[in-house]
Ligand binder design. Structure first.
Ligand code: GDP
Ligand code: MG
Length: 441
């Protein structure tokens, strides 16, 4: 998959102390293949590679990065740029009711996403009305009603014998009379793009005058997703895209191409079929994910799901049994962080508490600093690790010499450790859940 292949490139590049043009070319060939295999549209790939090459070759690598890291940084920046730099949120600045029109092919996830959006807006204290104009599939209106009910959101009682245009007029009238803030208007989709369908949605658009016209597209469709997006973009003044089913084995290429091809921002991504499976789209995080650099969310998720859960539980048990958090635990926490990909880029995105575990480390030196701290702890005896309070001047000097660092560094580590120990004591009172919550920032 895309991430896997790019991660391989990242791995190879990361170790490079020196980069030749040939080096870069090799890496770019790999990146190019990876992108194409992931269904990123060819023109997008071409432009992307050209941009990266140009910027990487001309890059001043005199900064604190290795050339390999510099190239990765360029790739990361360009990927982010390709997806639009920053998240663009929903624009609901309109005389109420603000209308959101949902467009897309059948099965793309319009109805599900309508409900997901309703849930989100309800959380923001908006008075939301869901409405469906899908009169072609008997169950479609019911599907939306059921979803609305489960969310405790109002749903317009569409009459399936009416024309979608008439339903739209009724919905508009109803929403105005009942002072809704937002109307999410779900429409019918066809299996492919056809003129009748495009004509209908154009008319609905003209009638409803939506502030948001969102194109919903299934990420698993790969190249087709982009072609459909283009066709819709030519028919409707889209204001944004929602990429669904990113939780499946979508190759991810659609996320990379859609913005470039349509010029419209991806505003959200669907990550499950459940109503809470909608995430705000962050280009920068997506780029990190694609490059395998991880992001805070997946980091935390991972931490919660596997290893760290057990690790945290161990620490919690220990605290409960009256034993205190010692340097041995501190070290295992650091190792844990490294395992979770404690690369430089991750450090400054981590929640403060987590990053705090490894001290005041900045992104460039994070990994190195962690290793140094480990080195210091390694230079201690088992007894010193269990009872750091016995480490006085003579021991400090011995440890510093053993780890090849200055005594001040040993002091700093011990101070940081003390801070964390205090934090741990606090957690032990609140138990596991409190700790996990705090880790999430
Ligand atoms: P519509 O025809 O465009 O209204 O599509 P639906 O909302 O009815 O969704 C079609 C299918 O895709 C349903 O089975 C949904 O549960 C599923 N679906 C929609 N969005 C997502 C998503 O983000 N992830 C997953 N896994 N399934 C989704
Ligand atoms: Mg539907």
């Amino acid at each position: 998959n895309l991430s896997g292949r790019l991660q391989q490139v990242v791995k190879t590049l990361r170790g490079q102390a020196r980069l030749s043009e040939e080096n870069i070319s090799d890496a770019m060939r790999e990146v190019r293949m990876a992108l194409l295999e992931a269904d990123v549209a060819l023109p997008v790939v071409k432009e992307f590679i050209a941009q990266v090459k140009e910027r990487a070759v001309g890059r001043d690598v005199l900064q604190s990065l290795t050339p390999g890291q510099a190239v990765i940084q360029v790739v990361h920046e360009e990927l982010t740029r390709l997806m639009g730099e920053q998240n663009v949120g929903l624009n609901l600045a309109a005389v109420p009711p603000a209308i959101i029109l949902m467009a897309g092919l059948q099965g793309s996830g319009k109805t599900t996403t309508s409900a997901k959006l309703a849930r989100l807006l309800k959380e923001q204290k908006k008075k939301v009305l869901l409405a469906s104009a899908d009169v072609y599939r008997p169950a479609a209106i019911e599907q939306l009603k059921t979803l609305a009910k489960s969310l405790d959101v109002d749903c317009f009682d569409s009459n399936a014998t009416q024309k979608p245009q008439d339903i739209a007029a009724n919905v508009l009238d109803f929403a105005k009379r009942h002072f809704y803030d937002v109307v999410i208007f779900d429409t019918a989709g066809r299996l492919g793009i056809d003129e009748a369908m495009m004509g209908e949605i154009q008319q609905l658009h003209a009638l409803l005058n939506p502030v948001e016209t969102l194109f919903v597209v299934d990420a698993m469709q790969g190249q087709d997703a982009v072609n459909t997006a283009r066709a819709f973009g030519e028919t409707l003044p889209l204001t944004g895209v929602i990429l669904t089913k990113l939780d499946g084995d979508a190759r991810g290429g659609a996320a990379l191409s859609v913005r470039h091809i349509t010029g419209k921002p991806i505003k959200f991504v669907g990550v499950s079929e459940k109503v809470d499976g909608l995430e705000v789209f962050h280009p920068e995080r997506m780029a990190s994910r694609v490059l395998g650099m991880g992001d805070v969310l997946s980091l935390i998720e991972q931490a919660q799901k596997n290893v760290d859960m057990a690790e945290a539980q161990k620490v919690a048990d220990k605290l409960k049994s009256g034993k205190s958090f010692d340097l041995e635990d501190f070290k295992s926490q650091m190792l844990q962080m490294r395992k979770m990909g404690g690369m430089g880029a991750l450090m400054d995105k981590m929640p403060a508490q987590l990053a705090g575990m490894a001290g005041q480390i900045n992104s460039e030196t994070g990994d190195k600093a962690m290793r140094r701290m480990e080195g210091i702890i390694n230079a201690m005896t088992a007894e010193e690790r269990r009872k750091p309070e016995i480490i006085k001047a003579t021991r400090k000097r011995r440890i510093a010499a053993g780890a090849g660092v200055q005594v001040q560094e040993v002091n700093r580590l011990l101070n940081q450790f003390e801070e964390i120990q205090k934090m741990m004591k606090m957690f032990s009172k609140g138990g596991m859940s409190k700790m996990m919550r705090a880790m999430q920032g």
